[in-house]
Write a protein that binds this ligand. Structure first.
Ligand code: RNT
Ligand code: ZN
Length: 406
């Protein structure tokens, strides 16, 4: 039995030509890929005292950081139980389950993720994957796939190849495509002179990693660029433009856009249709940059709402993989993960409930006054009530979910 509030909301939306049932059905087809690393500040299972490197940082000192694999899984269970509906979990290679054995990253194999497959199978969720090209002695120079040192490049190329095989295994075992996302920290703190050399080496390394074709039903690779990192402020080999050109000219990978990785006034939403018109698929890292690439918990903010609206208006949900990427250690880590995932799902639902046709009609008929009037009116339609219904149908707590968190 749906609530009387929902029935009222359903009527209001129907008045604008929107079927809330259809929006709820679409919600079940569009998974959000939750990053596993918010729960432990991206420490992973290799070493519980590991130091995060690569020009990224989880700041804060909230109690409750897991000190064992067991504690980690207790928190993961709790987090997943508070996020309604279709989900993936995005793993990093440092979350391999090796029974205490130290396995070098270039020797990781699918079997080290067999327990993850069992876990995801039980929960009915998909898995995505990330090679970890940082927090490792071979990355201490700050260079990995674009390093001038052949030995270092070889090691990370081997890691990249191993991770694609793991991605393919995850996708095949769960019957749901795995996106394996490659991000490297390589760059210079200060002004650099040879900007071509590192990029030429990066192309060569990527070509070696992607040499073996993999069934796209099992694994799709994405490459993630950025403007800068901490201590790497002046030059990043893997920039957005670099990877866009790599993806388009080789067809070997798709572009991953992390919304914290652009200049502060640059809009990722505004970039999307230029990719869709060329038939490009996109991986998204939904995050929140506060003044810099700070990886705050995503909230229902303009950035994320406009991205969802843009995908809806372009009819491109089948072209986009919606992933999360944030790590805030200053508040309860489980709650942070839940807030980020629920907010992104709310923004997705808001877009699915948008009376897009009415807006398109106004624009196509040249009535730009009506377009603006409707855009403003639609901001206050009762999407929150439909989200409560979505939670109820998935037997997940609604707005009072914090009460469930011990
Ligand atoms: C770093 C990238 C990358 C990482 C994760 C942990 O700037 O955003 O996606 O945050 O791989
Ligand atoms: Zn990212």
């Amino acid at each position: 039995m749906s609530s009387k509030h929902y029935e009222a909301a359903r009527e209001i939306y129907a008045g604008w030509g929107v079927d809330t049932e259809e929006a709820l059905r679409r919600m079940d087809e569009i998974p959000i890929s939750i990053n596993c690393w918010q729960l432990d500040d991206l420490t992973g299972f290799e070493d519980f005292d590991a130091k995060l490197t690569g020009g990224i940082a989880a700041t804060g000192n909230a109690p409750g950081k897991p000190r064992s694999v067991e504690e980690y899984f207790t928190n993961l269970d709790r987090m997943l139980s508070l996020v309604p509906g279709a989900k993936h979990l995005a793993l990093h290679s440092i979350y391999a389950l090796t029974d205490g054995k130290k396995v070098p990253r270039n020797q990781l194999r699918p079997e080290h993720f067999a327990r993850w497959v069992d876990y995801a199978g039980e929960k009915g969720i998909g898995l995505d994957f990330n090679p970890t090209y940082f927090s490792h002695p071979m990355a201490d120079s700050g260079w990995t796939l674009a390093s001038p040192d052949r030995g270092i490049r070889d090691f990370w190329v081997e890691h990249g190849i191993a991770c694609r095989e793991i991605g393919a295994y995850l996708g095949k075992s769960l019957g749901e495509t795995c996106v394996t996302n490659h991000w490297i920290p390589d760059g210079f703190k200060d002004t650099c002179v040879d900007t071509l050399g590192p990029r030429q080496r990066l192309i060569e390394s990527l070509d070696r990693i992607f040499a073996e074709p993999i069934d796209r039903k099992c694994n799709v690779d994405s490459v993630e660029g950025k403007v800068f990192g901490l201590g790497v402020e002046s030059y990043t080999a893997g920039s957005h433009e670099f990877y866009t050109n790599y993806a388009l000219t080789t067809g070997k990978a798709i572009v991953c856009m992390d919304i914290g990785h652009y200049h502060p006034t640059e809009s990722v939403a505004a970039k999307l249709s230029s990719y869709f018109t060329f038939g490009q698929e996109i991986m998204m890292h939904l995050s929140r940059a506060v003044r810099w690439d700070s990886d705050h918990v995503p909230i229902i903010c303009e950035d994320i709402i406009t991205i969802m609206q843009e995908i809806k208006r372009c009819g491109a949900f089948d072209k986009v993989h919606l992933g999360l990427d944030f790590f805030d250690a200053s508040i309860n880590r489980v709650a942070a993960s839940v807030i980020g995932a629920r907010s992104v799902k709310k923004a997705l639902l808001m877009a699915l409930l948008e009376p897009t046709e009415a807006l398109m009609d106004a624009e196509h008929s040249g009535d730009l006054t009506r377009r603006l009037a409707l855009l403003e009116e639609f901001k206050l339609l009762p999407a929150g009530i439909v989200f409560e219904e979505y939670c109820a149908r998935h037997q997940v707590k609604g707005a009072d979910w914090m009460e469930g968190l011990a």
